[in-house]
Design a protein around this ligand. Structure first.
Ligand code: FCB
Length: 458
């Protein structure tokens, strides 16, 4: 290293070799819902339920990435990212969830992986980013153990077919797949259950464990396996003991319910107390914890905001919206720090605290990748709010690295504006703007800024 390079290095916040990436997911960008034998997913079904998604939008077309992927790879190459995190659509591989393999689905991802590797962009593949085959939901979905077994078969099939993928992520955000989808009903499959939602959370973790075992059995040299959790510090809304206890329940539901079994090989001690009125945990089996807690090569952390939690009696006057899942806690919006264009709180400190908190709690914490972090707004091309958000969260990440947390990379959510689940297309997270009428892609200010960060350091 020359003196000038060494000096430049000293002013950088991140160690050499730090991975810069962008992230997307299949249902949010691919479109081509009926192409090449793809079967329906729970999001195809849910987005057709009146009122489920803003403006009645669906992922039928989305960014048409299924047909336009060479252009999107080109956008990434010009951005200079070293890695791309995307997900495989299970219903493209097993249109009915299991049974016959759809080779054309596998071929699509093979072409994508090859193109990325040719460009020097490392693929990080997520196996499940919420698009469960609808046929499996009709057989019980994540409420039943069979889905975990089908997931492991699907994972093994994709793993065998895709050579050239060094990083495998089993699940994206099992919290959202279980609680948002099966308890709150805000995401597919739109259920409002108690026991069923907790069973879903457990079976997602079992599916993760079974998939890890299958991927390990046939691992190619250098392959690494991990899982991605969304994490939000739960902050009491007031100094009252009631709100402190509520924040602890929120922390259980969002964070510890997943981190403890995965990283600590235990169910959280307060699980029986908090969920006692909801479930008898009869879905647990001997051996599950050992399976779930198999060592990981890395942990993916998605961070957007902290949650301010208050004790709350359950109030839902509309019987149609009532859920059997009630742990007496509600999210509040205190006065204070700014919010994003979507009203999400902006508190970069929460990312720092999440990372240092994980390292303090788990001495054997594997290396961490921030697999998602980003800012939603209504799509301005001169997106200075996004630039500030990303800059401040990178600084928070760097502070955690300084404090000794082994963070290996950062993936911005998202490369493109895309189908933002129940918010439809109105909420935009892209570094690249998408005009949905023409499918024209236009890099925003944040894209140019991120390119400089990657090239020059920050
Ligand atoms: C995360 C999801 C991702 C995206 C962002 C904004 O919870 O994993 O698909 O929608 O939120």
């Amino acid at each position: 290293m020359t003196a000038v390079e060494a000096q430049a290095q000293e002013t950088r916040l991140f160690p050499p070799g730090f991975v810069w990436g962008v992230a997307t997911s299949s249902y949010q960008i691919e479109g081509a819902a009926d192409a090449d034998g793809r079967g329906p997913s729970i999001w195809d079904a849910f987005s057709r339920v009146p009122g489920a998604v803003a403006a009645g939008e669906t992922g039928d077309v989305a960014c048409d990435h299924y047909h336009r992927w060479p252009q999107d790879v080109e956008l990434m190459a010009r951005l200079g990212v070293g890695a791309y995190r995307f997900s495989v659509a299970w219903p493209r591989i097993f249109p009915q969830g299991d049974g016959r393999v759809e080779r054309r689905g596998l071929d699509f991802y093979r072409r994508l992986v090859d193109a990325l590797n040719e460009r020097g962009i490392t693929p990080f593949v997520t196996l499940y980013h919420w698009d469960l085959p609808q046929a499996l939901e009709e057989r019980g979905g994540w409420r039943v153990r069979e889905t975990a077994e089908r997931f492991a078969e699907y994972a093994a099939t994709v793993h065998e077919a895709l050579d050239g993928v060094p990083y495998w992520i089993t699940l994206n955000e099992p919290y959202c797949s279980s609680i948002t989808g099966y308890a709150e009903g805000r995401h597919a499959p739109g259920a409002r259950e108690g026991h069923g939602a907790l069973a879903a959370a457990h079976h997602l973790l079992v599916g993760h464990g079974l998939a890890v075992a299958r991927l390990r059995e046939n691992a190619r040299a250098g392959e690494r396996v991990g899982v991605t959790l969304n994490m939000s510090p739960a902050v009491p809304a007031s100094p009252s003991p009631e709100d402190a206890a509520a924040a602890r329940r929120m922390d259980l539901m969002v964070n510890r319910q997943f981190t403890e079994p995965l990283l600590g090989a235990a169910y959280p001690g307060d699980m029986a107390e908090v969920y006692g009125g909801i479930s008898d945990f009869s879905f647990r089996r001997d051996g599950d914890l050992a399976l779930i807690s198999a060592p990981l090569d890395f942990l993916g952390v998605n961070y957007y905001y902290p949650i301010h939690a208050a004790a709350a009696p359950y109030e839902q006057p509309d019987p149609a919206l009532r859920s059997a899942f009630d742990i007496g806690v509600r999210t509040v919006a205190p006065d204070g720090p700014p919010v994003s264009g979507l009203g999400w709180r902006i508190e970069p400190r929460g990312l720092h605290d999440t990372l240092t908190g994980l390292a303090a709690r788990y001495p054997d914490l594997p290396p961490v990748f921030i697999t998602e972090n980003g800012y939603g707004d209504d799509g301005a091309l001169d997106d200075t709010g996004r630039v500030e958000y990303l800059r401040d969260h990178l600084a928070a990440t760097a502070a955690a690295v300084d404090a000794g947390v082994d963070v290996r990379g950062y993936f911005c959510w998202s490369l493109l504006d895309n189908f933002e689940w129940a918010r439809g297309y109105a909420a935009r997270f892209g570094l690249v703007h998408v005009d949905y009428a023409t499918q024209e892609r236009t890099p925003k200010t944040s894209y140019h800024w991120y390119r400089e960060v990657i090239a020059e350091g920050i």
